[in-house]
Design a protein around this ligand. Structure first.
Ligand code: SF4
Ligand code: SF4
Length: 446
C-alpha cells in the first residue's frame, strides 16, 4: 500500500494543522527512558538494524510529530506501518510502555491527515466500514471465496496471471488456505449444554476468521468446554472484535463494534467470555481502554474486558478433566504474539498439551518471535512477513515435530503456508483441537 502512496506528491502537514494529534498519549511517550532494552526483541529491528524501525526509534518519530518537528507524510508512515504490533517490545520494556496503543494512536493520526490514493480509500472503506461490520456480507464473501476455490476459478486465475494484477487482493488470495464448507459454521449451536452437572456458564466469542476459516476449532472449543461441565452460549448477533480496525488506525468503526459486542454479552449472564483467537482476545481486553472516555460505556467495557479469557487460560484455571485418549505424536508449540505478549498467557497451552497421554512436547526455539502474520501484515508488507516466516520455519523444521500447535487463526494460516512452501510433513493445529481429539479418542475406545 505504501509503495503506491509514494507515487503521490508529499503533503506536509504542519503541527497546528494536524488533526487528532491529541490522540497520541504524550505521557506514555515521555515514559520511554530510551534504554534500548526492547531493541533485541523487535523483529523489524533485528531484520533491518535501523533505529527508526525499532520500538525506541518509532517512539522518537512519534515524539517528533507531537512536537511539530515532523510532518504526517510517507516517511512517517513507512516506519509506523512496518511495525507488526507484535508487542514483543512491551514484554521487554521495564518502563511499562503500552506500545500497541501508541502505534495505533500514531496510525489514527496518519489516517486522519493523509489522503491515500482513491483506490486505497475505496478498499479501506469497503473492508473496514462495510465488510467487517456486516456479518451477513462477510459470510456471503466467504461463500464466494469457497466457490472460487472449488470451481476451478482459482486455478484459472492463477494460471492466467490475473492474481498478479490484483495488487493487495492478489497477495491475500495467495495466503488464504482452502476454506471448508461455509455450512460447517452452522454446526455451532447457540447454547451447548454441559456434560453432566453444570459447573460454569460461559459466553463464547467465536471470531470472524475462526468462524469462516477454522470452524472446526470453534466446535472443538465448545466440546472441550462442555466436557468440563460448562454451558456454552454463543450470542448470534455478535460482531467483529474490531482488532483490524484499531491496528489500522480506523477507530470509529472499532468503537461501534465494541459497543455492540458489550450490549450483546450484557444480555446473557455469564461468568467469563471465552476466546480461542489470540488477536480477538487481546482486542476484547482493550475495550476498557478503548471506551474509557465514553460515559455510557466505560464501566460496562471494564466489566466486559475483565471477563475475557483465552480458552487455554480458562481451562488452566478450572479443575480440568484429565484427557485420557492417547495422541502419540511429537508436537511443538508456537506462541501467538497476542497471547504471549498481549495477554501474558504462556504456560497454560503448554501445560494442557503436556496433560495429553502419549504426546511428546518439544520446545520450539524462539517460539516467542512473531511468525510474520500479524493481522493483515502478511498482505500489506509481504516481504518482511516472508522473511520472518522463513526464520520461523527453520526453527520449526529443527524440532522434527509432526504437529505444530498455536492459538490464533493468523498464525495457523501463516505457519500452514510455511509448511506448504517447505514441503514439510506436518499438521498445524490449535491447542484445543488436540485436547478435543484426546477426549474424543477416549470416548471412541471406551
Ligand atoms: S525498553 Fe521501553 S523504555 Fe526502553 S527504549 Fe524500549 S520502549 Fe523505551
Ligand atoms: S510491536 Fe513488535 S515490531 Fe512493533 S516495535 Fe514492538 S517489537 Fe517491534
Amino acid at each position: 500500500m505504501l509503495k503506491e502512496t509514494q507515487k503521490e506528491e508529499t503533503k506536509v502537514v504542519e503541527k497546528k494543522e494536524i488533526k487528532a494529534i491529541e490522540a497520541i498519549d504524550d505521557e506514555m511517550l515521555l515514559a520511554c527512558a530510551h534504554c534500548g532494552l526492547c531493541l533485541p526483541s523487535c523483529p523489524t529491528y533485528r531484520e533491518l538494524s535501523m533505529e527508526m524501525d525499532s520500538p525506541r526509534g518509532r517512539i522518537y518519530i512519534m515524539r517528533a510529530l507531537v512536537d511539530g518537528r515532523l510532518p504526517v507524510d510517507e516517511k512517517f508512515a513507512e516506519h509506523i506501518y512496518r511495525c507488526l504490533v507484535c508487542r514483543a517490545c512491551e514484554t521487554a520494556c521495564p518502563s511499562g510502555i503500552h506500545y500497541s496503543r501508541l502505534i495505533e494512536e500514531a496510525r489514527e493520526v496518519f489516517e486522519k491527515n493523509f489522503k491515500r490514493p482513491l483506490s486505497q480509500r475505496i478498499l479501506q472503506n469497503f473492508v473496514f466500514k462495510r465488510l467487517f461490520p456486516n456479518q451477513k456480507l462477510l459470510g456471503f464473501t466467504f461463500w464466494m471465496i469457497w466457490l472460487y476455490q472449488r470451481l476451478g476459478i482459482r486455478w484459472l486465475a492463477r494460471n492466467l496471471g490475473i492474481m498478479r494484477l490484483m495488487g493487495r487482493m492478489g497477495e491475500a488470495e495467495k495466503i488464504l488456505p482452502n476454506i471448508p464448507s461455509p455450512l460447517l459454521k452452522y454446526s455451532l449451536k447457540k447454547v451447548i449444554p454441559p456434560e453432566g452437572e453444570r459447573k460454569h456458564r460461559l459466553g463464547f466469542f467465536p471470531g470472524c476468521m475462526m468462524i469462516h476459516i477454522f470452524p472446526s476449532v470453534n466446535l472443538a472449543t465448545a466440546r472441550v468446554l462442555a466436557e468440563n461441565g460448562c454451558e456454552v452460549i454463543t450470542p448470534q448477533k455478535q460482531q467483529c472484535c474490531g482488532a483490524l480496525h484499531t491496528l489500522s488506525g480506523i477507530k470509529e468503526p472499532a468503537l461501534r463494534l465494541a459497543r455492540q459486542n458489550i450490549d450483546i454479552f450484557e444480555k446473557i449472564d455469564v461468568e467469563a467470555i471465552i476466546v480461542n483467537c489470540a488477536g480477538c482476545g487481546a482486542a476484547l481486553r482493550e475495550y476498557s481502554h478503548l471506551l474509557a472516555d465514553d460515559p455510557d460505556y466505560a464501566e460496562k467495557a471494564e466489566n466486559f474486558s475483565r471477563r475475557v479469557k483465552d480458552i487455554s487460560e480458562f481451562l488452566a484455571e478450572i479443575e480440568v478433566k484429565p484427557p485420557q485418549g492417547e495422541i502419540v505424536h511429537r508436537v511443538t508449540y508456537d506462541d501467538p504474539c497476542h497471547l504471549l505478549h498481549g495477554q501474558k498467557v504462556k504456560e497454560q497451552p503448554r501445560m494442557l498439551l503436556q496433560s495429553i497421554p502419549g504426546l511428546e512436547l518439544v520446545e520450539l526455539k524462539q517460539a516467542d518471535r512473531c511468525c510474520g502474520s500479524a493481522g493483515v501484515y502478511n498482505v500489506l508488507q509481504p516481504e518482511m512477513s516472508m522473511r520472518l516466516l522463513e526464520d520461523k520455519m527453520k526453527n520449526i523444521a529443527e524440532t522434527n515435530a509432526e504437529i505444530v500447535v498455536t492459538g490464533n487463526p493468523g498464525c495457523l494460516i501463516q505457519i500452514g503456508l510455511g509448511v506448504k512452501q517447505h514441503n514439510l510433513n506436518m499438521r498445524v493445529m490449535h491447542t484445543v483441537e488436540l485436547l478435543d481429539l484426546s477426549y474424543r479418542s477416549r470416548d471412541a475406545t471406551s
